[in-house]
Each structure stands twice: as structure tokens, then as C-alpha cells.
Design a protein around this ligand. Structure first.
Ligand code: CAA
Length: 240
């Protein structure tokens, strides 16, 4: 039987590429999304993948979302915490709201979603969790104290979950993308983006399917000994 995989923020950008790659590999994929119904409808039309709306920054909504998915599709064996937002501005201009929104949506969401699937994974003795971090969580980024903190937090969270899940067949790993050709990166001012691309040794933005490839590797049944790892996919921009 195909394993059920949930990808948060799965109808656009990197999330869409991950959802499609998992589906192509035979997983039964559910893409979560947060707000854009029209985009989600087009995504399902395009890919045949079911899209389910809930706010990953809301604990109860995550539990309800997973309960609905499990009732419809069966137990969730694979969780990819990909949903994320940016509210870029230097710290001295950052509002409390901009800080909270990014920490809640990008970091607390990983706890909420893992919490919703963890009991089931523990009972079944199998789970694959991949959290999407960022180069900017590893290296820091001007204008992103909120985002860098959330993405760095994901790395610690991942290592702790890996230790807790290890004896129960649950792996938890992070993928840390560099600058990838998505709407999020394209919304950086063009002159800033140009400078950022000049810093990438490979000389171009990453593509979303190149990130998906790393996720696929980590969620296979055969990947049971890889846990607590961070896979950097950044064109050689940063080593840690
Ligand atoms: N390092 C040092 N100084 C920098 C800088 C940097 N990287 N970037 C800008 N500055 C300087 C500018 O030269 C300018 O200096 P002066 O005041 O002396 O002229 C000053 O900072 C600009 O400061 P402001 O207070 O005016 O900044 P702003 O309010 O205009 O905000 C910004 C600028 C919104 C942060 C803008 O620089 C920006 O968007 N930067 C890109 C942030 C970024 O990389 N976001 C990534 C989004 S994609 C993503 O996050 C995906 C992923 O995981 C990789």
C-alpha cells in the first residue's frame, strides 16, 4: 500500500515540487495550503494531488487537518514541514507582529504538525519527517532576524525529534535550501537578488525539483539510518 505523505505549503514553490516528486514515486500525497484557494484549485487540476486548507500556525487546526487527512487517506507516514513565510526588514524596523508571524508559521508549525502525527507514527513504528530549513538559518541574513531564527530553530528541533523518534522507527531530518527560484525569492528587490546570486558558487538559483530530490532521498523506507541530519542544497554557498 502506498504510504501517505503530507506536504505543508505544498501547492506552490518548493512544496509543490516536493508534492509532485513524492507523487511520482508512488506516495499518496496530500498538499496542505494556507490561503490561496484559486492557486490550490489550479494545483490540483495540474497535478491530480489533493489540496487541504489549514493554518499550520494554529495548533488545533493542525490536529484537525491531520485527523481529516487520516480519515480520508489513511495514516500519515511521511510529513514534510515546508510551509514558510518571510517578513523581511532590519530588526530596528521589525514589528512584534512580523517577528511573531514568522516564528509561528515557520517554526511553531513544525511542532504543531509533528505533534499531530507523532502518536500514530510511534504506534506503527514508522515515520519519516523532513523539515525545510534554510541557508539563512545556518548563515544568518541581513533583514531576516525573524526568518533566520525560525530556520535555525528548525535545525535544533529536528535533532531533538530525531533522538526521540529513533527507537520507534521515526527519522527526522532537515533540508536547508539555498536561494531557489520561487515566488518567495523573486520577491526580493531585483538589485538585492542580483547581488545574492553573485555569491552562489554554482552561479545560478537552485530549482525547486533540486530541493525535492533531497527530500525524496530522506523519506524512502531504506533511509532509516539517516536521522538528525541537515542536508544543505545551496550550490556550494555555505559549509557549516
Ligand atoms: N549586508 C550589509 N548591509 C546591507 C545588506 C547586507 N546584506 N543589505 C542591505 N544593507 C544595507 C544597505 O546598503 C543600506 O545601507 P545604507 O543605509 O548605509 O545605505 C541599508 O542596509 C539598508 O537598510 P534599510 O534600513 O534601508 O533597509 P530596508 O528597510 O530597505 O530593508 C531589506 C532592506 C528589506 C532587508 C532588503 O535588503 C532585502 O530584502 N534583503 C534581502 C533579504 C533576503 O535575502 N531575503 C531572502 C528572501 S528568500 C528566502 O528567505 C528563502 C531562503 O530561505 C533562502
Amino acid at each position: 500500500m502506498a504510504r501517505v505523505a503530507v506536504v505543508t505549503g505544498g501547492t506552490r514553490g518548493i512544496g509543490e515540487a516536493i508534492a509532485v516528486a513524492l507523487s511520482d514515486k508512488g506516495f499518496k500525497v496530500v498538499a496542505n495550503y494556507g490561503g490561496n484557494d484559486e492557486n490550490a484549485r489550479k494545483f490540483t487540476e495540474r497535478t491530480g494531488i489533493s489540496a487541504h486548507k489549514w493554518d499550520v500556525g494554529n495548533f488545533d487546526a493542525c490536529h484537525e487537518g491531520i485527523a481529516q487527512v487520516e480519515a480520508e487517506f489513511g495514516p500519515v507516514d511521511v510529513l514534510v514541514n515546508n510551509a514558510g513565510i518571510t517578513r523581511d526588514t532590519p530588526l530596528h524596523k521589525m514589528t512584534h507582529q512580523q517577528w511573531d508571524d514568522v516564528i509561528r508559521t515557520n517554526l511553531s508549525s513544525c511542532f504543531y504538525m509533528c505533534h499531530a502525527v507523532m502518536d500514530g507514527m510511534r504506534k506503527r513504528g514508522f515515520g519519516r519527517i523532513v523539515n525545510i530549513s534554510s541557508l539563512n538559518g545556518q548563515a544568518g541574513q541581513f533583514g531576516q532576524t525573524n526568518y533566520s531564527a525560525a530556520k535555525a530553530g528548525i535545525l535544533g528541533f529536528t535533532k531533538a525529534v530525531a533522538q526521540e523518534g529513533a527507537a520507534k522507527g521515526i527519522t527526522c531530518n532537515a533540508v536547508a535550501p539555498g536561494y531557489t527560484d520561487t515566488e518567495m525569492v523573486r520577491s526580493v528587490p531585483p538589485e538585492v537578488l542580483e547581488k545574492l546570486i553573485r555569491k552562489i558558487p554554482v552561479g545560478r538559483l537552485c530549482t525547486a525539483p533540486e530541493i525535492a530530490r533531497a527530500v525524496l532521498f530522506l523519506v524512502e523506507d531504506e533511509a532509516g539510518f539517516i536521522t538528525g541530519a541537515t542536508v544543505s542544497v545551496n550550490g556550494g554557498q555555505y559549509y557549516h
